[in-house]
Design a binder for this molecule. Sequence first.
Ligand code: URA
Length: 252
Amino acid sequence: MNEFESAVNIVHDSLRRMREEGAALRASASSLRALSAAAPAPRPPRDKAARIAALRERALVCQKCPHLARTRRTVVFGVGNIDAELMFAGEAPGVDEDAAGEPFVGRAGQLLTKIIETMGYSRGDVYIANVLKCRPDTPPGSPGNRRPTPEEMATCLPYLVEQIESIQPKVLVALGGVAMEGLLGDVRPMRELRGRWHAFRGIPVMATYHPSYLLRNQSPGEKRKVWEDMLEVLRKLGRPISAKQQGYFLPK
Ligand code: URA
């Protein structure tokens, strides 16, 4: 991102907050023209690895949510292959991810790794990130993780957007309702969203249940639903599907 784009992002963030607080905002045609005239000529796109490395550097020192910056142990930026055809987006780091600095390493993460491997990939073949890069804070001593607030998601989303736009995966999988809300603003229940194609800036998005949902609901029927979503992803990517893969979690 060049300096002009960073400045526009700051202005955009402030305008969004003002609008959320009820301000009626209008930009005149002449100010829009003046703004575009002031924009420097676009630079050739920077090398993808350099763009992601620079984004990571910014995320690691981010203070946009002071309460999360205060309580986090690490910033959990994302992991995997920046040339991946397949990218997964979850909601936010939990306690294990906050300790490790890597997304999806706890119990839900181990299940996600299993799903990825059953699809025929290794974890290092794909890219994994979250809507929120910091663990949502919880009162000291309280167990478990908290759902990110809409405000936290909106504040952090530009990092995920730039990850997606840099990586340009052929398919994105949104893991759970929070990922769908954060990424697409879609708050419909997951039973309505999963198994269907959505789109984020032209990239097909498959919505499926979060692996932690499967840890709570271990019935073969629910596992099959997620697996069918993943088969759909494999079809979209033109990947071969074996008879064994086709049959997982079907009633015997
Ligand atoms: N759940 C998520 O959504 N993301 C993680 O990184 C871990 C658990």
